[in-house]
Design a protein around this ligand. Structure first.
Ligand code: HEM
Length: 476
């Protein structure tokens, strides 16, 4: 009885929230095509920490810098787990093969994460060799931009291809030409599979796993995710065929070697997990970085004064002829500030990736039991009115001091924070600087007058992406 009383007392400190209806809970409160907007609206009524109910699943939403930091940073392990996504099982990789992003917190995740980080470092994440490769890729991108000179064009898939070539190089040791139709179809599949995560139906299926047994429903709702993974499996298998042991030229080969070494049935280093991991790196690494760069070009045409100031800095520090290098960052506070502001204002992963509590815990005195799904409203941190001077404006000065020097801001967490912080943060930062700076070194971008004026709001497809827009690139 003592335990019972204690627990009841804890539950009395469970976060408040909107009234939960029988069976459906609070799902009607959230617009699943814009969840971060609903989350922020509800926080005005119920405070920064409130509870929702997705059918039978308890969900707690954390808003604003203070609450998100206390959870993800100060109580990092308590919030390190992930909810179970039945959609994943449908892809056919078994219960224990979980890849990286959706993996439950535990041994498998730890091993896979450690392995991937080591490998990324070995292959040059943050190092010169990889930087050179990215600069070379930026060169290819500039060439196709040149060939579009004078015409209006949508830069989306060109950027997408360039960015994913960096991941392709790391994972398979190859790049794909921008004209490669088959590869283009993979990029389209990836985008469609991200869209499949948005909206109400995927939420319903994730909350009520028994519905996933309705014949035909999963292939219908998550068709592109399956096609995407099948495609990845095809590339991985091709590598398996041609791999000769002891060759360790890319992530796939390093993983294959690990499989050989372990030869243990229960090891998480197996062929299924290899495919999942590569799929995860692809999905997490391609779409986010592409989207950030797309916001970047969009803001440059909408804020031409900012674009000019970046170019002045490029001319002063790098000039027009030499290639951009990572070391230039140190001398380019304005450009760095602009890239940070693109990430802040662009708000690319607005609702974060769902977490789950690993044990009973509390935030700001609220009790949150083990197993609760946690939504971290990253948007509410990147636009926290208590933390930013002009949260709802594109204003690079957020990251500059009175002397024009670059300053870090603690509420800048586009990569999230804590144990599950983005594994590719360093790689992404490197790519953003090198691609963005190279493009502005070679071109000035303008609004395409023959197309509708670009919109500044985004549309949510798990990531927040710009509406399609056209630009004109003029060589400098
Ligand atoms: C996770 C953002 C680029 C790999 C995440 C998370 C965010 C994020 C918000 C969720 C963290 C959490 O659960 O709290 C971004 C942004 C990027 C970017 C904004 C680009 C601008 C990349 C790249 C890679 C990558 C290039 C590939 C190397 C991952 C992985 C996870 C992750 C594997 C899952 C980590 C885990 O659950 O342990 N990212 N990311 N990301 N990201 Fe990134």
């Amino acid at each position: 009885t003592f335990d019972y009383m204690k627990r009841r007392k804890c539950w009395s400190r469970y976060p408040p929230g909107p009234v939960s209806l029988p069976f459906i809970g609070t799902i009607l409160q959230i617009d699943y095509h814009n969840p971060h907007v609903s989350f922020t609206q509800l926080s005005k009524k119920y405070g920064n920490i409130y509870s929702l109910q997705n059918f039978w699943t308890n969900v707690v939403v954390l808003n604003g810098f203070k609450a998100v930091k206390e959870a993800l940073v100060n109580k990092s392990e308590d919030f390190a787990d992930r909810p179970f996504f039945p959609a994943y099982r449908h892809l056919g990789y078994g219960e224990y093969n979980q890849g990286l992003v959706m993996a439950q917190y535990g041994q498998v995740w730890k091993e896979q994460r450690r392995f991937t980080l080591c490998i990324l470092r070995d292959f040059g994440m943050g190092k010169k060799s990889l930087a050179q490769l990215v600069t070379e890729e930026a060169g290819y991108l500039c060439s196709v931009f040149s060939s579009n000179e004078g015409q209006s064009f949508d830069p989306h898939y060109l950027i997408n291809n360039a960015v994913s070539n960096v991941i392709c190089f790391l994972t398979f040791g190859t790049r794909f030409d921008y004209e490669d139709q088959k590869f283009q179809s993979l990029l389209h599949l990836l985008e469609q599979s991200m869209q499949e995560e948005a909206g109400l139906l995927p939420q319903v299926l994730n909350s009520l796993p028994f519905l996933t047994h309705i014949p035909g429903i999963m292939p219908k709702v998550f068709r592109h995710q399956k096609e995407f993974m099948d495609y990845i499996a095809e590339i991985v298998n091709a590598h398996k065929e041609t791999w000769y042991p002891s060759s360790k030229q890319n992530i796939t080969e390093a993983f294959l070697e690990e499989i050989e070494k372990k030869k243990d049935e229960n090891s998480c280093f197996n062929y299924q997990n290899l495919t999942l991991m590569i799929g995860d790196l692809f999905a997490a690494g391609t779409e986010t970085t592409t989207t950030t760069l797309r916001w970047g070009l969009l803001y440059m045409i909408l804020y031409p004064d900012v674009q000019s100031k970046v170019q002045e800095e490029i001319d002063a520090v790098i000039g027009r002829n030499r290639s951009v290098s990572l070391e230039d960052q140190e001398n380019m506070p304005y450009t760095r500030a602009v890239i940070h502001e693109i990430q802040r204002f662009g708000d690319i992963v607005p609702a974060g990736i769902p977490h789950k509590t690993y044990r009973d815990t509390e935030v700001e005195g609220f009790f949150i039991p083990k197993g609760t799904t946690i939504m971290t409203n990253l948007s509410s941190v990147l636009k926290d009115e208590a933390m930013w001077e002009n949260p709802h404006r594109f204003w690079p000065e957020h990251f500059l001091d009175a002397n024009g020097q670059f300053v870090k801001r603690e509420a800048f967490i586009p990569f999230s924070a804590g144990r599950r912080i983005c594994l590719g943060e360093q790689l992404a930062k490197m790519e953003l600087f090198l691609f963005f700076t190279s493009l502005l070194q070679h071109f000035t971008f303008h609004i395409a007058e023959d197309h509708p004026k670009p919109r500044e709001d985004g549309c949510f497809a798990f990531t927040l992406v710009p509406h399609p827009y056209y630009i004109k690139a003029v060589s400098r």
